[in-house]
Design a protein around this ligand. Structure first.
Ligand SMILES: NC(=O)c1ccc[n+]([C@@H]2O[C@H](COP(=O)([O-])OP(=O)(O)OC[C@H]3O[C@@H](n4cnc5c(N)ncnc54)[C@H](OP(=O)(O)O)[C@@H]3O)[C@@H](O)[C@H]2O)c1
Length: 340
């Protein structure tokens, strides 16, 4: 049996360790063994490796990683989403279900794709499939200072939003949102009343909310926006995508009776893998063209334990590169720390 290296979680209380593992083998003709080129360290990967994601089975040891850019034996570069229940992607090699992969352009920046597709696809799928946005509609992004939120601002503009408001905690990163298309920003401050006032002044009339936070900020925002909305029978589509601020909210029934609030989510289960994959090629084109920008921080997979313990740099997505990945020139462009 061939042995290669992977990030291996042996305890949900510890970071993954860089260990040898037995290379898995395809078991059907739909599957193929690939060389992993680069893997994104997304929040969802961290929660899976901590046994805290809703899809977690609790089984150990496990290899984390939900997606990756890889190279097939015919030299073609692909992006793939790991199959539910299959080993994760933070490994030198992985088995890919062809139906969960897309071919990439030959000269694509592989680190950029690995960093950006997961955060960008949430808003892209939300606004194309969940609540197809109509030209000129207005959008509030709750949690706009994170990677996914910043990309959501750009995605909304690219897909025709007339006005986009970004809300988040960090003033510096909020200010930077203007350069990626935000028309207005709202700081989620500690003073709840003041936050509600500023939020409703900027966003009470929005058509769509893309929510990466949930928890208390979303709970307060729903009530603030609906209270000041001029016509509450006009639909407000709330698309729940992340839960950075908490897993639950308390929603008074009156919020649903006194206004046309429509809440739905985007994530594994709410959207099928087929739908995600159908949307990915056009999103890859946007990322490769730079319409949706991303800052990457490439680190060796062998350093996974150290990388795991370091705090994410705000505005950057860390990606891990297996040591046996072919040299950058052989498989498209890599970009270094902070670029993209
Ligand atoms: N469902 C899907 O398809 C999908 C796809 C991609 C991402 N997601 C989810 O979306 C969320 C964001 O992902 P990401 O890639 O953008 O992560 P990220 O780059 O780490 O950003 C997280 C953001 O959340 C903010 N935040 C954290 N706790 C907060 C709180 N209590 N109140 C207000 N803001 C808070 C952070 O703000 P500060 O900088 O102020 O701390 C930061 O801006 C995650 O939950 C992720 O799992 C879901």
């Amino acid at each position: 049996m061939e042995r290669k290296h992977a990030a291996v979680v042996t305890s949900f209380a510890e970071p993954p360790h860089y260990r040898e593992f037995e290379v898995p083998q395809p078991t059907t003709d739909r599957e193929v063994l690939v060389d992993v080129l680069v893997v994104g360290l997304h929040p969802r990967v961290r929660s899976g490796a901590a046994g805290a994601h809703y899809s977690s089975t609790g089984e150990l040891p496990m290899i984390p990683g939900i997606d990756a850019v890889a190279q097939r034996s015919d030299g073609k570069k692909i992006y793939f989403i790991a199959d539910d229940g299959a080993p994760g992607t933070m490994a030198d090699k992985a088995v890919v279900d062809r139906r969960r992969s897309i071919d990439l352009p030959d000269d694509v920046e592989v680190a950029k794709v690995a960093a950006a597709l997961n955060p960008a696809m949430s808003a892209w799928v939300a606004l194309r499939r969940r609540v197809p946005i109509r030209s000129g509609q207005s959008v509030l992004v709750l949690g706009a200072t994170g990677n996914a939120g910043t990309m959501a601002v750009q995605v909304a503009k690219r897909l025709g939003a007339g006005r986009v408001v970004g809300a988040g905690r960090d003033s510096t990163r909020l200010d930077a949102l203007a350069s990626v298309g935000a028309d207005d920003v709202v700081r989620l401050a500690e003073d709840d009343d003041e936050t509600a006032r500023v939020l409703s002044a900027a966003a009470a009339e929005v058509d769509i909310v893309i929510d990466y936070l949930w928890g208390p900020p979303a709970q307060r925002a729903i009530l603030a926006l609906l209270t000041d909305r001029s016509d509450r029978s006009r639909p407000m589509d709330w698309i729940q995508i992340g839960a950075m601020a908490g897993p639950t909210i308390e929603l008074p029934s009156i919020a649903l009776r006194s206004a046309n609030l429509r809440i739905q989510g985007v994530g594994q289960g709410a959207v099928s893998a087929e739908v995600y994959l159908a949307e990915l090629p056009s999103l890859v084109d946007e990322i490769d063209a730079g319409t949706i920008s991303v800052r990457t921080n490439s680190r060796p997979l062998a350093d996974v334990e150290r990388v795991w313990l370091q705090a994410d740099v705000p505005g950057e997505r860390c990606v891990l590169v297996p040591s046996c990945a072919p040299a950058p020139g052989a498989h498209g462009r890599f970009i270094g720390p902070g670029s993209g």
